[in-house]
Design a protein around this ligand. Sequence first.
Ligand SMILES: [Zn+2]
Length: 274
Amino acid sequence: MDERRLLLVHAHPDDESIATGGVMARYAAEGAAVTLVTCTRGEQGEIVPDDLKHLGTGKALADRRVDELADAMAVLGVTDHRFLGPYEDSGMIGTPENERATAFWNADLDEATAHLVKVIEETRPQVVVTYDENGGYGHPDHIQAHRVTMLAVAAATHQVAKVYHCAWGGPERRARERDDYEKAGRPGGFDLPDPSQAAHQSAPVTTTVAIDGDLKAKAIAAHRTQLTVVGRFFALSNNVAHEVFDEEHFTLAHGTPGPANDGRETDLFAGVAL
Ligand SMILES: [Zn+2]
């Protein structure tokens, strides 16, 4: 029996597929227990397709995104999904949505942490995945997901062996995406990525895991309100092209690195005693 247990903590519906859909599908297919916790239901944010713009923001949009998330989970073959609590999408800093008491950003940290501690005690993961302290690109809900996850791992009596932060890739990766997208003839008519606009990540990538990019693209496509997928490329509401690769990258933030290949781990469970 596979004793491996993986817990992923994400901010909104779609983040799980974009950042970690590959490892979720891979470990689930191999027989590991995979649990996804999503902190909000995606009440804010722009709706990409015209035929769904009538959903506006709030509950109607959240209900739709919950369904899209369920579809993505089915594609990934992951059955254990939970929402952290009653928290709502905070929107970006400086917007009125960000001031609301129900926003995840304004959640009581102890209370939010207690919700996640409960999940950790129940699922007993050896490996936990979330974002870095900047939330990858600065969205308040991603930063909050990071805080809550790190606090919960520290507070739980169950000892998590390793915590990883998702690595989005810097200017080099965006340059590769730009070149690939141009070479492919710009399917979908998205805008070219500007490598100089890449999110800054100071911590080095420690771990690169091979994944099924076709399957991942299919899971991403389930989030129809939020993005458009054409083959291996997709764009969020800003219409800038992203590419789905056959690998996902992580930075080990807590725990002992396992055996590496060319200086990088190739498995989130590398070196974990089971
Ligand atoms: Zn997000």
